[in-house]
Design a protein around this ligand. Structure first.
Ligand code: ATR
Length: 278
């Protein structure tokens, strides 16, 4: 039986095992997808043992996405831009060694463009936060060729560093990419994406309402209670509010496709998950 897992710390509440079980059933694939709790200083050792038990790949979550990227022998271009991996495929050394990918960004893009039906091309996009969550999605957002992409962060220097790393990619795609402070993020964006951890600490929505306009899409990469204040705030401004559940299912589908060579239909899976979460 081909084995997979979500590796992280913590992993107890991860939805990935149920998502991948639904994908496997739908595509007629036989596999086992579990949870792999890794000690903070034992990520590599835990994975090595998992591979010895016949594992073929894993998803990686907090706080190991950077370590996972560094451990791999090969990297997809989007993982290289992110400096982080959420997906590993344990290819043998003869086949080139472990492959690191990052499917978070393409998952977000698919959720916005396909599920929410909001095009990104030619639009003005504001991404809040310059941590791992934002780093993972910036490259694929640029590929959609928005007219303007502003990365706003409390600590401006972190936004500047991330923008600098993506500048060539942005120029290549004709995107005006800028770093700004949260307090000076700008006004009236078509799409606002929250990639900050502000809500986890019980913090306020990190940007002013002028960032939105009626009909904007406001998406929080989180889901469940952590996303609620942001969603309430966005709806109060007349924006279309969306949590991170669709992104979660879409990034999982991309990982599944990388491992199994078949892309599941995400719609019924997202509907089922939505019914469980709400
Ligand atoms: P992750 O990997 O989930 O992105 P992270 O690397 O710790 O986590 O980054 C968290 C992000 O949330 C950062 O952009 C952080 O801003 P700083 O870089 O200034 O620390 C942002 N963040 C956390 N709490 C916040 C708050 N109360 N208000 C605004 N931004 C906040």
């Amino acid at each position: 039986l081909d084995r997979y897992a979500v590796a992280g710390n913590p992993v107890a509440h991860s939805r990935s095992p149920s998502i991948h079980a639904l994908f496997a059933a739908q595509t007629g694939q036989t596999l086992d997808y579990g949870r792999l709790l890794c000690p903070l200083d034992g990520f590599k050792a835990t994975l090595t043992e998992f591979v010895q038990q016949g594992a073929r790949g894993c998803n990686v979550t907090v706080p190991f996405k950077f370590e996972a990227f560094e451990m791999a022998a090969r990297h997809t271009p989007r993982a290289v831009l992110a400096h982080a991996a959420n997906t590993l495929r344990f290819d043998s050394e003869a086949d080139g060694g472990w492959l690191a990918d990052n499917t978070d960004g393409v998952g977000l893009v698919r959720d916005i463009t396909a599920n929410a039906g909001v095009p990104l091309q030619g639009r003005r996009v504001l991404l809040l936060g310059a941590g791992g969550a934002s780093a993972g999605v910036l490259g694929p957002l640029i590929e959609q060729r928005p007219r303007e992409l502003v990365l706003a962060n409390r600590t401006v220097d972190k936004a500047r560093a991330l923008v600098e790393r993506h500048q060539a990619w942005a120029t290549q795609h004709g995107v005006a990419l800028q770093a700004r402070a949260l307090t000076d993020a700008g006004e009236g964006f078509d799409v606002l994406i929250n990639g900050t951890a502000a809500s986890l600490g019980g913090g306020e929505v990190p940007v002013g309402a002028q960032a939105l306009k009626p009909g904007s899409l406001a998406l929080d990469m989180m889901y469940g209670p952590a996303a609620q204040p942001f969603l309430d705030w966005a709806r109060a401004q007349g924006a279309m509010a969306r949590d991170g559940l669709g992104m979660l299912v879409e990034q999982a589908a991309e990982s599944f496709a990388l491992w199994r060579g078949v892309r599941p239909d995400t719609r019924p899976v997202l509907a089922q998950l939505r019914a469980e979460v709400d």
